[in-house]
Design a protein around this ligand. Structure first.
Ligand code: SAM
Ligand code: ZN
Ligand code: ZN
Ligand code: ZN
Length: 439
C-alpha cells in the first residue's frame, strides 16, 4: 500500500499515548496543518431540511427526496452523490414510519460498512492512519459499555438488514468501539450539532487540555489549524473534550470515553482549577464539606438535565420546566459558588439555550452577557466555545437593535474564527455580511 503522508507532519510512536502525529516543520498560529475529507458521515435528523444531506450546505429551499420526503439536497448532483448512502435509509424510513429510530452511531456505522465494501484502497482520508487501524480499547469495556455496544449491533441488524451484508458480530462490536473512541461530531459556528463522521487522519492526533490545533469543518471536510506556535519535533495535540471544567472532571470524562488520564501541562499544574471553582465571598466562608456537596449537587443536576433535555433528540420536558430547573439550581448553587464558577456557567449556558429555543431573546441575551467574560478566561486563548458565545450574543444584540454592542461582540468572534476557521471560511463571510447590513 502506498502512503503519501501529510506534508510537514509524520506519524510516530508517542510515548505512553500510542501512535500520534508530530510536526516536521514550523506552523504559525492560524496556519492550516492539514485538511481531511470525511471517510463516512451522517447528517443529524434534526438538521434535515436546513442542510444538504450530501454536502452539508445550509440554505433555504433545498429539494426533497421524492421517495422518503425526509432527505434534502442542493440539486440533482448532490442527490445522486448521496444515493449510495441514502439508499440504506430511504425505503426503510418509509416502511418503519415513526418507529425508524437508529442512533446516530448506528447510522454512521452502516455507512462505514458500505464504504468499506467499495473502498478497498487507502482513501484520501487515511494518509497517516487507516480506519482499520483505529484503537478500540475493546478489552477495557465494562459491562455497561458492552451492553450499549450490543444494543447498537442489534439496532444495526434491525434497521439496515435490507441493504447491508453484515460482518460478524465480533467485527461489529469492534467497529462500534472504534467509532466511540475515534469518531467526531460536526458542529456549526454556534456549536449546534450537525452530524457525526469519521476522519481517520484527524483521529491520529492525541489529546491535550492545552491543544496546539483546533479542528473546524467546511461542509464535510475537517480542517486542522494551529492555535499555538508549533516547532519541528512538537507533537500535534487536539482537544477531545469541553475544556471548561476543572482537571478532575476533565479526566473523569477522558477515562470514561477514551480510557486514559491526561498528563498535559494544564493537568499537572491545575493552574486554572481555582478560578474555575471560585467560591462566593461571604463573611463566614463555606466549609469544604458544603463545597463538596454543592459540587455533587451540580454534577447530578447536569446529568439529570442532560437526560431530561434529550431523549432521542426530542425535548421531553416542557422548556418552561427546564428553565425553572436551571433557575432553581442557579439560586441554590449561588449560595456557595461565585457567578464565574464553571458549574454556574454551565447552568447559565443551558438556561440560555432554553431561552433561545423559547425565543425569549432578552433573557437569552442577559445570560449570554454573564457567560462570555468568564468563558474567555477559563478557556484557552483560541476557543470555539468562546467564539460561538460571542457570535450568539452578537447576533442577539443585532436582533434586539443594540447595534454597537452587536458589532463589538461579532468582532471578537471573528478575531478567534480567523485563526480557528481560516480567514476565508464562509462562516466569516456570513458574519461580515450581517455586520454590513447594519451600516
Ligand atoms: C483518537 S485515538 C488517538 C490515536 C491513538 N494514540 C492511536 O494510536 O490510535 C484516542 C486514543 O489515543 C490515546 N490517547 C490520546 N491522547 C492521549 C493522551 N494525552 N495521553 C495518553 N493517551 C492518549 C488513548 O488511548 C485514546 O483512547
Ligand atoms: Zn449539496
Ligand atoms: Zn429518500
Ligand atoms: Zn490535560
Amino acid at each position: 500500500m502506498k502512503t503519501e503522508g501529510i506534508e510537514g507532519t509524520e506519524r510516530f510512536a508517542s510515548p505512553g499515548k500510542g501512535r500520534g502525529l508530530r510536526a516536521l516543520k514550523h506552523f504559525k498560529v492560524g496556519d492550516l496543518v492539514f485538511a481531511c475529507p470525511a471517510y463516512a458521515y451522517v447528517l443529524t435528523v434534526n438538521e434535515r431540511s436546513s442542510h444538504c444531506e450530501f454536502c452539508f450546505t445550509r440554505r433555504e429551499g433545498l429539494s426533497k427526496c421524492g421517495r422518503c420526503k425526509q432527505a434534502f439536497y442542493c440539486n440533482v448532483d448532490c442527490q445522486r452523490g448521496d444515493w449510495p448512502m441514502h439508499k440504506l435509509e430511504c425505503s426503510a424510513m418509509c416502511s418503519y414510519g415513526d418507529s425508524w429510530s437508529p442512533s446516530e452511531t448506528v447510522r454512521l456505522a452502516a455507512r462505514i460498512i458500505t464504504k468499506q465494501k467499495t473502498l478497498t484502497e487507502r482513501t484520501a482520508s487515511e494518509r497517516v492512519l487507516a480506519l482499520r487501524e483505529f484503537e478500540s480499547h475493546l478489552d477495557k469495556l465494562d459491562n455497561e459499555k458492552r451492553e450499549m455496544n450490543q444494543t447498537d449491533v442489534l439496532a444495526l441488524h434491525h434497521f439496515y438488514s435490507k441493504h447491508l451484508d453484515f460482518p460478524s458480530d465480533e467485527a461489529l462490536t469492534e467497529l462500534f468501539a472504534q467509532v466511540n473512541c475515534n469518531g467526531f461530531t460536526i458542529e456549526d459556528e454556534e456549536l449546534s450539532h450537525l452530524g457525526s463522521a469519521v476522519f481517520p487522519d484527524v483521529a491520529l492526533m492525541n489529546h491535550s487540555c492545552s491543544p496546539n490545533v483546533i479542528v473546524t469543518y467546511k461542509g464535510t471536510v475537517a480542517e486542522v489549524r494551529a492555535v499555538q506556535e508549533i516547532s519541528p519535533g512538537d507533537e500535534i495535540f487536539n482537544s477531545y473534550i469541553d475544556l471548561l471544567y476543572p482537571t478532575e472532571d476533565r479526566n473523569e470524562r477522558l477515562r470514561d470515553s477514551y480510557f486514559f488520564t491526561c498528563d498535559c501541562k494544564e493537568c499537572s499544574t491545575r493552574s486554572k482549577d481555582k478560578a474555575k471553582m471560585k467560591i462566593r465571598k461571604l463573611s463566614t466562608p463555606p466549609e469544604q464539606d458544603a463545597i463538596q456537596s454543592m459540587v455533587g449537587y451540580a454534577k447530578n443536576i447536569i446529568e439529570e438535565f442532560r437526560r431530561a433535555k434529550h431523549y432521542k433528540n426530542i425535548l421531553v420536558s416542557p422548556p418552561s420546566e427546564l428553565l425553572e430547573i436551571c433557575e432553581l439550581s442557579l439560586e441554590k448553587m449561588g449560595t456557595v459558588f461565585d457567578e464565574t464558577n464553571v458549574y454556574m456557567l454551565h447552568m447559565m449556558y443551558q438556561a440560555m439555550g432554553v431561552c433561545l429555543y423559547m425565543q425569549d431573546w432578552e433573557q437569552a441575551m442577559s445570560y449570554g452577557e454573564k457567560i462570555t467574560r468568564p468563558y474567555s478566561f477559563h478557556y484557552p486563548p483560541y476557543s470555539l466555545n468562546v467564539a460561538s458565545m460571542y457570535l450568539k450574543l452578537g447576533r442577539l444584540y443585532l436582533g434586539l437593535e443594540k447595534k454597537s454592542l452587536g458589532i463589538k461582540a461579532l468582532k471578537k468572534a471573528i478575531a478567534i474564527m480567523e485563526v480557528a476557521h481560516g480567514k476565508d471560511h464562509h462562516y466569516l463571510d456570513e458574519i461580515r455580511k450581517e455586520m454590513e447590513e447594519q451600516q
